[in-house]
Design a protein around this ligand. Structure first.
Ligand code: EPZ
Length: 430
């Protein structure tokens, strides 16, 4: 079993470069199935496990995938012959359900086991199914375990999302891009990775307009050719380092970012008293005082991202005053607060609201990563705390953050990964 050991209390200084966006990669990799040719995708975070599982799934259904370098791959989907993906492949991550839309768009058929991923509360797929059915597909969910979708032919149609859903917006785009006629997705998600997917598909010859707004129009095309495409930087990784710089009273230049994608995070950090300087492809965050309190309400983009909620909570746990966080996307995204309380934080959670009474300092403690972003929050807390923090269940963190130990060590953080033997693994000497 592996864990991170952090000796906190040192401000983060220097420069760090952000990897490609996990949630863009997870939408774009399955989209390559729709091409009749070869796609080269660059700036991928190839060492995170979610991306490696997506590549393994592509190969599982017959695609050839070649690693070009540490962040680029070449995908040849011409030999993809199967539209069936088993639970063994889908259980590792939520985004595996994008193969439903991609296979439906390619073959008019998909049989994909329900996905896994972080437990953040119920994660239904009714809006995905609503979109597929609007395009003319027959969809059934067998034993709540296997999604079967099929259609002789897909026809463009209007789809109104009852709730803003990133996943449903992605999946409907994938199914609609080769359907006959016009599809209009209303109340669509506007996240940067939605725009990135639309740009990728358009570079393959698709006809998608309006991505980044709440109305996306997709005019179906016969065929999609190959392309070479570089994905956007990860705004959540960037935001995680921004908060870490503020929480440790450091001064950090975060490179390979698109500052516009970070506006809600920058605004909140400035509200807390941090200094944020924007450059063309970088952002500098510095802080030399105790953070002030501020209130957060997570919202779909361009609101404050729910995927930054645990991380900002660490800064607010150290703030001068009481802050409120309202989590409007997920019903169970405050579990990490139990771990922060073990480190001396004063937090009361009541349903979708967390009340955070700032303390002067957190103290190192043994904690665990309950999910991907909760794990990121534990790292920030460990770096900001006095003393030693040990973080278990770090596989969650490695799902979404590349080269964590190297990146943090290079900016002054005292972090290392250690292997520890699980007591149950000790052979009974008899
Ligand atoms: C994506 O999840 C991200 N994952 C999540 O990031 C992120 O938290 C979420 O979007 C919101 O931004 C990936 O991109 C792989 P949703 P997704 O569909 O698509 C409800 C991370 O840390 N809903 O936008 O699953 C749903 O229950 C991960 O990188 C329905 O009711 O999220 C939720 O309350 C964690 N019916 C809300 O909509 C549906 O059919 C938003 O979910 C679909 C969703």
């Amino acid at each position: 079993m592996e864990k991170y050991v952090i000796n906190g209390g040192t401000p983060l200084y220097g420069e760090v470069s952000v990897s490609g966006a996990k949630n863009a990669a997870l939408a774009i990799i399955p989209a390559a199935i729709l091409s009749q040719d070869i796609c080269v995708i660059e700036n991928l975070p190839l060492s995170i496990s979610d991306v490696r599982y997506m590549i393994a799934t592509l190969r599982h259904i017959g695609a050839d995938v070649r690693y070009i370098d540490k962040s680029s791959i070449e995908i040849d989907s011409r030999k993809v012959s199967s539209y069936v993906i088993s639970h063994d492949m889908t259980k590792h991550l939520r985004a595996s359900y994008y193969f439903i839309g991609a296979l439906l768009g390619r073959f008019g058929r998909a049989r994909v086991a329900m996905p896994g991923g972080c437990y953040l509360g119920p994660r239904p797929i009714d809006q995905h199914i609503k979109g597929f059915e609007a395009l003319g597909a027959k969809v059934s969910v067998e034993d709540n375990a296997i999604v079967e979708a099929s259609s002789e032919k897909l026809f463009g149609a209007p789809v109104y999302l009852d709730i803003v859903s990133v996943g449903a917006t992605v999946n409907i785009m994938l199914a609609a891009v080769k359907a006959e006629g016009m599809t209009v997705i209303e109340n669509a998600a506007k996240e940067p990775h939605i725009v990135d997917l639309a740009n990728f598909l358009n570079s393959m010859g698709a006809d998608i307009r309006g991505a980044g707004t709440d109305v996306i129009k997709i005019r179906g095309v016969e065929n999609l050719h190959g392309c070479t495409y570089s994905i956007i930087p990860d705004q959540i990784e960037a935001g995680t380092f921004m908060v870490a710089a503020a929480a440790t009273k450091g001064n950090l230049l975060i490179k390979n970012v698109i500052p516009k994608h970070l506006e809600s995070i920058s605004t909140k950090l400035v509200e807390c008293g941090a200094t944020v300087e924007e450059y063309d492809e970088a952002i500098r965050v510095s802080m030399d005082t105790r953070p002030g309190k501020c209130n957060i309400k997570t919202m779909p983009h361009p609101g404050f991202p729910t995927d930054m909620q645990p991380q900002i909570a660490v800064l607010l746990a150290l703030a001068d005053g009481t802050s409120l966080i309202s989590e409007s996307i997920w019903s169970n995204r405050f579990r990490y607060t139990e771990q922060l309380i073990r480190m001396g934080a004063k937090i009361n959670v009541d349903g979708q609201i967390a009340m955070i009474h700032g303390v002067e300092a957190l103290k190192g403690a043994p904690v665990r990563a309950d999910d991907l972003r909760a794990g990121a929050a534990m790292i920030i807390a460990g770096l900001a705390a006095q003393g030693r923090t040990e973080i278990e269940e770090i596989s969650h963190i490695r799902r979404g953050y590349e080269n964590v130990v190297e990146k943090i060590s290079n900016i002054g953080g005292d972090i290392r990964m250690v292997y520890c033997v699980d007591p149950l693994d000790i052979n009974d000497a008899g």
